[in-house]
Design a binder for this molecule. Structure first.
Ligand code: GDP
Length: 366
C-alpha cells in the first residue's frame, strides 16, 4: 500500500477513510491509471467532492500557495463564521489577495441587513488577522450572488490562478460544482492535473489555456460544532430552509435550552423578548434558571436533544460566558447553531456552549 499516489492530484492513496483525502476503494488499487475518489468523480462526472485534511497537513500547504501567485477565494459558512474562518490563512496565502465569500445566504431571514452582515464578516476576518480585498454573500444552492462573484473573480485574478479554500461543510464543493456547470455548458470533460510540488490533493480545473481554478481539500477545524456531533444531529441543527424567528418573552431568572447543545440564562434585566434564530427543527426548551442544571443532568439526550447518544460520547462539556448588555439590538451568536437577538437595557445574560465552540456577540443583523 505504500507509495501509491493519485495520478490526478498527487495525493497519497489510502483505502480506510472515504471522507479523507486520497481515498480509493481497495478494488481499484490494481488499476493502471490510479485516481483517488475525488479525482475519479471529477473526471467521470464533472463533479467535485470534498475531502478533508487536518490542520497540520493544511499548514504544509503553506509553501505551495505562498510560493504561487494567484487569487484566494475563502469560502465560509455564514452560520458558522467562527468555525469556518481559517485563522492560519494569512500564513498560507502570503501576499496573494483574498476574497471572502459568505455562503448559505438563503438560510437567513429575508429581512437580514446584508450590509451589516458584510461588515460583520469583514470585522471577524480582521480580528482573525485575515486581510480581505472584498466580501461577497452567496447561496451556492440557490445561485444567489454567483454571477457577481464570478465577475469579481475574473477581474481580480488578473489572468492568474484561483485557489478556493475552506473548512469542511461550508459548501465549497457545491460552489465549485456550480462554477463548473456554468463554465462547461459544452459538456466538456474537466481534466485534473498534478499540481507540482505537493502531495496534498489539490485539484486543478482549467479556466483557460494557462490558468486554473484550484480546489484544495477542506480543513477540519476543531472549533466547528459539526466536528463534535453525529451525522443525525448535524442534520437537525443544519437549517434546510430560511430560518424562522422564534420569540420567547422571558422574565429574568429564566433559561432557554437549544436542544441540549447550548443554553442562554437571563440573569438580570426587565422582562423582554428573546428572539431565537436556529434551525427550525432544533427544539427550544424554556425553564427556570435555578432548575436548569438539574434539568440538563436528568434529561440531556432525551427532552434536551440533540445531542443523541453518539454525540454525547464526544461532546465537550458546556462552558459559560457572561455578557452585560445595555440597549441596542445585540445578537448572542452560538457558532454553527444560530443566534439570539435581544435589545433590553441593563441586561445580563450567560451563554453556555460546548467548550471550544466560543459564543460571541455582534450588533444585530436584522
Ligand atoms: P464542503 O464540505 O465545503 O464541500 O460542503 P458541501 O458542498 O458538501 O456542502 C455541505 C452542506 O451544505 C451540504 O448539505 C450542502 O447541501 C449544504 N450547502 C452548500 N451550499 C449551500 C447553500 O448555499 N445554502 C444551503 N442552504 N446549504 C448549502
Amino acid at each position: 500500500m505504500e507509495n501509491l499516489y493519485c495520478q490526478g492530484c498527487g495525493v497519497g492513496i489510502q483505502t480506510k477513510d472515504p471522507e479523507a483525502a486520497g481515498f480509493t476503494p481497495s478494488s481499484s488499487l490494481e488499476k493502471e491509471n490510479l485516481l483517488c475518489k475525488r479525482c475519479f468523480r471529477l473526471k467521470h462526472y464533472n463533479e467535485i467532492q470534498d475531502v478533508s485534511i487536518t490542520d497540520d497537513d493544511f499548514l504544509q500547504m503553506v509553501s505551495s500557495i505562498r510560493g504561487a501567485n494567484g487569487l484566494v477565494v475563502h469560502v465560509i459558512d455564514i452560520f458558522d463564521v467562527n468555525g469556518s474562518l481559517i485563522k492560519s490563512l494569512p500564513r498560507i496565502t502570503g501576499d496573494n489577495p483574498i476574497i471572502l465569500v459568505g455562503n448559505k445566504l438563503d438560510l437567513l431571514p429575508k429581512s437580514t441587513n446584508r450590509n451589516r452582515l458584510e461588515q460583520w464578516l469583514r470585522s471577524e476576518a480582521k480580528q482573525a488577522g485575515i486581510k480581505v480585498k472584498n466580501v461577497f454573500l452567496i447561496s451556492s444552492v440557490k445561485g444567489t450572488g454567483i454571477e457577481e462573484l464570478t465577475h469579481e473573480i475574473e477581474n481580480d485574478r488578473d489572468n492568474k490562478d484561483v485557489y478556493v479554500v475552506g473548512t469542511t461543510n461550508v459548501g465549497k464543493s457545491t460552489f465549485i460544482n456550480r462554477l463548473i456547470k456554468q463554465s462547461t455548458g459544452l459538456g466538456e470533460v474537466i481534466t485534473t492535473s498534478y499540481f507540482p510540488g505537493t502531495t496534498l490533493g489539490f485539484i486543478e480545473i482549467p479556466l483557460d489555456e494557462e490558468t486554473s481554478l484550484i480546489d484544495t481539500p477542506g480543513i477540519v477545524n476543531k472549533q466547528q460544532m459539526a466536528h463534535y456531533i453525529s451525522e443525525e444531529d448535524l442534520k437537525v441543527i443544519t437549517p434546510k430552509k430560511e430560518i424562522k424567528a422564534r420569540v420567547y418573552q422571558l422574565n429574568n431568572q429564566q433559561t432557554l435550552y437549544f436542544g441540549g447543545l447550548a443554553r442562554i440564562d437571563f440573569v438580570k434585566g426587565d422582562r423582554q423578548s428573546f428572539v431565537c434564530y436556529f434551525s427550525n427543527e432544533l427544539p427550544i426548551h424554556r425553564t427556570k434558571l435555578d432548575k436548569a442544571d438539574e434539568l440538563y443532568e436528568n434529561h440531556v439526550g432525551e427532552l434536551l436533544s440533540p445531542p443523541n447518544e453518539k454525540t454525547m460520547e464526544h461532546l465537550p462539556k458546556l462552558v459559560s460566558s457572561t455578557f452585560k448588555l445595555n440597549g441596542g439590538k445585540t445578537d448572542i451568536v452560538f457558532p454553527g447553531l444560530g443566534w439570539v437577538s435581544i435589545s433590553g437595557e441593563n441586561t445580563t445574560v450567560t451563554a453556555h456552549s460546548p467548550k471550544g465552540v466560543a459564543v460571541s456577540i455582534r450588533n444585530s443583523l436584522l
